[in-house]
Design a protein around this ligand. Structure first.
Ligand code: GRF
Length: 200
């Protein structure tokens, strides 16, 4: 069986591209059935269109309030009947009933639980850490607080700025996300004991 992925993006979509490239191989075990975004005109959507994958946009500014935003996002995702939802640089916080509706993973450019939130790379750098990295985790109702599935470290260089560090993290991130999503797609249900996740 091929797992159905819905991928949500807010930006350039290089993580999405890595997933699209991986799904070209049937042995990967998953295909991207739709790409959604919280804004129009982004490269992430253009990548989906070039790959012939259906897209949708639900923008907060087009909704009366957050409740409508969440309900419309939920409906748009559900319409594609996903086995797994992947947040790949999606920058909106979704309501608990949305994140609980499907198995959902997020990728974060820092080693959680340190430096959660939208500015993880810059905050890690400003803190002076010598090692940062990437975390792929299940999404729960909090901000970057769900059970961790996979992590990989990236060494911080003395001359790094936010852009150089983020680029090096993203090189690792794309590989880790593709690997983790593939394992989830092919392997069925992971074992989750408390916060501890073990992939089959
Ligand atoms: C990734 O580093 C993601 O973790 C962060 O934003 C970046 C998105 O990159 N939240 P891209 O859009 O996949 O190129």
């Amino acid at each position: 069986m091929t797992a159905r992925l819905v991928v949500l993006v807010s930006g350039s979509g290089t993580n999405l591209q890595a997933l699209l490239d991986a799904t070209a191989d049937p042995a990967y075990g998953a295909s991207v059935v739709a790409v959604g975004a919280d804004r129009d005109g982004i490269e992430g959507l253009a990548r989906a269109e070039r790959a012939g994958v259906p897209t949708f946009v639900v923008a907060l500014g087009d909704c009366a309030d957050r409740a409508e935003f969440n309900d419309r996002t939920l409906a748009a995702v559900a319409a594609h009947d996903p086995d797994l939802v992947v947040l790949a640089g999606y920058m909106k916080i979704l309501a608990p009933h949305v994140v609980e509706a499907f198995p959902m993973v997020n990728t974060h450019p820092a080693l959680l639980p340190s430096f959660a939130g939208a500015h993880g790379v810059g905050e890690a750098l400003a803190y002076g850490v010598k090692v940062s990295g990437v975390t792929v985790h299940f999404v729960d109702a909090g901000v970057d607080t769900g059970p961790i599935i996979a992590q990989e470290a990236v060494t911080v260089r003395d001359d790094d700025d936010e852009a150089t560090l983020h680029e090096r993290i993203k090189t690792v991130e794309r590989r880790l996300l593709v690997d983790t999503v593939g394992r989830l797609a092919r392997g069925g249900r992971p074992k989750i004991e408390g916060r501890k996740v073990v992939l089959p």
